[in-house]
Design a binder for this molecule. Sequence first.
Ligand code: ZN
Length: 241
Amino acid sequence: MRHAVVSDIHGNLEALSAVLARIAPDDRVLSLGDIVGYGPDPNACVALVRECASIAVLGNHDVGAIDNHALDSFNPAAREAIAWTQGVLSSEHEAWLDGLAYEHREPAFLMVHGAPQNYFEYILDKEAAARAFAATDAPLVFVGHTHIAEYYALRPDGAIAHEHRQHGGTLTLEAGTRYIVNVGSVGQPRDLNPEASFAFYEPDESRITWMRVPYPIARTQDKIAQAELPALLADRLSAGR
Ligand code: ZN
């Protein structure tokens, strides 16, 4: 079965809709968290993920929205957007988010928002990747959180390889090598490509395929302005950073 792995939707309905249009009805959808925060459509995005995702784990913005967790670590624009999100998020969607777990493990893979065990750590370099590999025995770890499409590979000799996939592309999974796969962000990419990012995982083919999907960014930016969310949250969408 093909899996479609999405992360960091951040209330961007236009980006999520464009991504879902690329996903087939019989794909298994996995969500790595941060469905809300930053963007103007948290309720619609939670509703769509609830409808289509088989498994969803929590992101730091989801936890921030439901119980003010670690908001002092958020930048001012992110904090303002969380306060706005708390004001509009329906109690039903809040309760659904509150019921999600921080991780999901299957024999073939682990799903976490940021990193194994330290769920909201940012894997930004090989040192952080080495800590993350040491924190789990999963052969394949799906992460988001940094909004950067890339992967780290831990080879049998202990060497760690790292490659970006900010323009899409594939990776063939080799037996004996372990992987941390960052699927990038649907709703707020930060790898200098403004197109929505997600990845397909095909276990039978041992293959990951990163996808980039254009969407009507200006429409999302208009909604951010109408909601009186910080302007920089709109500006960054067209820059992809
Ligand atoms: Zn995020």
